[in-house]
Write a protein that binds this ligand. Structure first.
Ligand code: CP
Ligand code: NVA
Length: 301
């Protein structure tokens, strides 16, 4: 493993190893106090963040490393100088680059032109660190994560893409329910179906929410991702039937609710569900740090 650009590049054993290491780091943080001793990580963010920025910064600190954050103003990627120069210069000083960008191709360019590991902290196509934290969270609730029935309801976006890859590689069954016109990207669907077949998983894709049956967990995300200028009124009309609420949770027997956050209460999910007993949102948020630390330790030591 040289970079973490997407979950799709991971084999099943690499993915399982990352989850196992994350659990070890979470359980025994003192053993990893010096894991990144003398290492510096630069974080380039073109978009806002709470969880990703804080969990990387504090996580790197807990591993004994040093983290430098460059925001949108300082790090307007490709504007003041080409992304390739950004990558080659940062590689002179930093031991890894964590990047949150609009275009996934920007992250690929950083990896191509830099000489240090690049970690995708969210792009228009993927959010691999989120999916790792999510499967870590599920693996804390279910002994065999390949047996989990996970449903994703809402916009077929970056978060959905990474979850789909993760579920397929783990050999799990995942149902993705999206309104027409908001399905995951065709190439991701094709790729995930192939991986699911290879690993004994299953991908069910539908726009008919009424056909959704038995699920262990329902996951949703914002209906409008960062950078998407579609007016909310237009989206709401189409997406309201896909709101995750107590009736839906009860109908499919889902014990757990998941959301990467930030969440918009009474929009993609009701407050009752987001803040309810089965909500895993804070476990997911906490696990961002442990999952990312496992990635950093794997890539840098
Ligand atoms: N879930 C997530 O990535 O949150 P932030 O956008 O706050 O980093
Ligand atoms: N799909 C959302 C995730 C935010 C963490 C976005 O890209 O804005």
């Amino acid at each position: 493993m040289k970079h973490l650009l997407s979950i799709k590049e991971l084999s099943q054993s690499q993915l399982l190893d990352l989850l196992a290491l994350a659990k070890k780091i979470k359980a025994n943080p003192a053993d990893y106090r010096r894991a990144l001793d003398g290492k510096s990580v630069v974080m380039l963010f073109e978009k806002p963040s709470l969880r990703t920025r804080v969990s990387f910064d504090i996580g790197i600190n807990k591993l004994g490393g040093h983290c430098l954050y460059l925001d949108q103003q300082n790090g307007a990627l490709g504007k003041r100088e080409p992304v390739s120069d950004f990558a080659s210069n940062l590689s002179c000083w930093a031991d890894a680059i964590v990047a949150r960008t609009y275009l996934h191709s920007t992250i690929e360019e950083l990896a191509e032109h830099g000489t240090v590991p690049v970690i995708n902290a969210l792009s228009d196509l993927y959010h691999p660190c989120q999916a790792l934290a999510d499967f870590l969270t599920l693996s804390e609730k279910f002994e065999d994560v390949s047996k989990v029935k996970l449903a994703y309801v809402g916009d077929g976006n970056n978060v959905a893409h990474s979850l789909m890859y993760g579920a397929a590689i783990l050999g799990a069954t995942m149902t993705v329910v999206c309104p027409e016109g908001h399905f995951p990207a065709d190439e991701v669907v094709a790729d995930v179906k192939q991986l699911a077949e290879q690993y004994g998983g299953q991908l069910i894709l539908t726009s008919d929410i009424d056909t959704m049956d038995n699920q262990d967990a329902i996951y949703t995300d914002t209906w409008i991702s960062m950078g998407d200028k579609t007016p909310m009124a237009e989206i709401e009309a189409k997406f309201m039937p896909y709101q995750v609420n107590s009736q839906l949770m009860a109908k499919v027997g889902a014990k757990y609710f998941m959301h990467c956050l930030p969440a918009y209460r009474e929009v993609e999910a009701t407050a009752e569900v987001i803040d309810g007993e089965g909500s895993l949102i804070l476990d997911q948020a906490e696990n961002r740090m442990h999952a990312q630390n496992a990635v950093l330790v794997t890539l840098l030591s």
